[in-house]
Write a protein that binds this ligand. Sequence first.
Ligand code: GTP
Length: 371
Amino acid sequence: MSFFGNLKNKLFKSSSKLDEGLDAIVEEGADGAAPDASEPVANESPTPNVPAPQAPMAVMDPMPLPEETEPQGTARPGLLGRLIGGGQTDDDAPRRVLDDDMLESLEELLIASDMGVDTALRVTSNIAEGRMGRRVSAREIKELLAQEIARVMEPVARPLPLYPQKPQVVLVVGVNGSGKTTTIGKLASQFKAAGKSVVIAAGDTFRAAAVEQLQVWGDRAGVPVLTAPEGSDPASLAYDAMTKAQAEGADLLMIDTAGRLQNRADLMEELAKIVRVIRKKDPDAPHNTLLVLDATTGQNALVQTEAFRQLADVSGLVMTKLDGTAKGGVLVALADKFGLPIHAIGVGEQIDDLAPFDPEEFAAALTGLET
Ligand SMILES: Nc1nc2c(ncn2[C@@H]2O[C@H](COP(=O)(O)OP(=O)(O)OP(=O)(O)O)[C@@H](O)[C@H]2O)c(=O)[nH]1
């Protein structure tokens, strides 16, 4: 199976709630009559640029396909529908008049899928604009929703930028269990495969288990992991790692950090100290501060983002565990609220399970458009 299809399957759980909910909304209020060809509803909004399927490399720039040139305003399957579904139509599908009741149900469904109230209201009002009173099928409403979601997500879909500085220092923050260690291992493996030399610093010195786990990931990725005795100063380890990375001419230094958000003042001081000491070696470091978030925490990911933005100069996000959750909608709320770049998504526990974030693909998976 291609990587593209594989990723869609892995993300499929995220779609289940929305997909089934959208079907139910249309079926509940369906009038059963044939569609009115003079009132097409889907694909009326400007089609966003459609990124091409990408290799499993979260650090490469996406390569855009040319814009679609087919005429707008005709109900037809989107790019994904054509790639996967072979262009079937839904002429005989149940239809429902787009009215206030339907919009309210749609809002409730989006809120329940962790999209957040503000985002859900904005997305539904965009869908409603100029379409009230029209009769829509479930597929059409999914296409419209996917277009709106892709539009919100497009500006934040940005691979981790690579800079010429050596080493490029990537500070990795996030609460315990969010997937920091796993993500560092996956990223290190991808950088290595791209010909970069990488050093990892196991900066969560408070938990021996965390250090051991990072060593396992370092071994898997074939990347050295610098450790320090349990309870020692993470800033001192970061300084040593910076010295080693500079001496070896490493391309990247990835620094893991503790995730004890419950001791916020301590964590803030710890992160600030790490930044202070590495700046003695490079005033521009860290070049990226990656916040790792667990999609299964739903709306809590928004709270964590707010908190970590106060603790550190977060420059981008990685959302993990999108494979095992129906809460993927929170990514839309995050994009809408914070506008932070989403560099990659975690879609499993294996070393290759880190994918670039593709808004079109994500929107299709979230709405269940491929079915
Ligand atoms: N299904 C799935 N599981 C993941 C993903 N990323 C991480 N995990 C799992 O989530 C759990 C926590 O991941 P860690 O990488 O240990 O998280 P951490 O933030 O380093 O947490 P601590 O080690 O407690 O600081 C592990 O069991 C991982 O295998 C993902 O994208 N998908």
